[in-house]
Design a protein around this ligand. Structure first.
Ligand SMILES: [Mg+2]
Length: 240
């Protein structure tokens, strides 16, 4: 089983600042247990950079996929999306301008993740959220090369990614290709960027699990309520 999971909001609760999302020790212990079980190949696929997600999870033998799968490393896997790599310079410039143009909005955090960038505004007053979104879009679109990047978003986060046909679903497809012994893929995720992965695992007859309340529409056919229930599911899977 290729058991893949998102990080923020899936393995950890959503918190006000991304650096505060710490993996609970109990969940880490379960990941260690699952990694040691020969039935599973475990992967964590995050919008964070590869280095960041590896540092946060800190378990040996896991496949880490950063920047929504643009970069992946782990057992039998070493992947860096070639086109994404060539757009690093452009992203750096966009990042600098976003930092300047959003500097006077309280609570905005601009984060350069190498292959993508994020603007976090969970701590910004709600009354300013629309303005932040507009300044963000105008800044990105002001670049002559803006067609080479695309704008995406999630829970109080806006992102700039290379405009390449790649996402968490493609990343899971690549992992299955690299690991032909995998007969079943499963993915747990809580946010909009996880929908591509839900579709991909279900297209491959796998199991997609949305993490969160029912009110959000999702392609995933299965659902658990919270990261606590994800950990409960991991505990049950470790016993198989
Ligand atoms: Mg998430």
């Amino acid at each position: 089983v290729l058991l893949t999971l998102d990080y923020d909001g899936t393995l950890t609760p959503i918190v006000s600042r991304p650096d505060l999302a710490v993996l609970p020790a109990g969940v880490r212990a379960l990941l260690v247990e699952l990694t040691g079980n020969s039935k599973y190949l475990v992967g964590v696929i995050s919008g964070r950079s590869l280095e960041d997600v590896r540092e946060k999870v800190d378990v040996e033998g896991i496949v880490y996929a950063g920047n929504h799968g643009l970069e992946m490393e782990g057992p039998g896997v070493r992947f860096l999306h070639p086109e994404a790599k060539s757009l690093k310079g452009l992203l750096e410039q966009v990042c600098r301008d976003l930092g300047d143009n959003l500097a006077h909005y309280p609570g905005v955090v601009v984060e350069n993740k190498g292959l993508t960038l994020s603007v976090h505004y969970r701590m910004t007053p709600n009354s300013l959220a629309n303005e932040v979104e507009e300044v963000f879009k105008a800044t990105v679109l002001s670049f002559r090369d803006s067609a080479q990047v695309k704008i995406t978003g999630g829970k109080k986060v806006l992102e700039v990614r290379p405009n390449v046909e790649w996402h968490k679903g493609k990343a899971i497809g690549k992992l299955m290709e690299l690991h032909p012994e995998v007969s079943l893929a499963a993915f747990f995720g809580d946010d909009l960027t996880d929908e591509d992965a839900f579709a991909a695992v279900q297209d491959a007859n796998g199991i997609a699990v949305f993490v969160g309340p029912t009110r959000q529409p999702t392609k995933a056919l299965h659902r658990v309520d919270s990261p606590e229930e994800v950990s409960e599911a991991l505990r049950l899977m470790a016993q198989l």
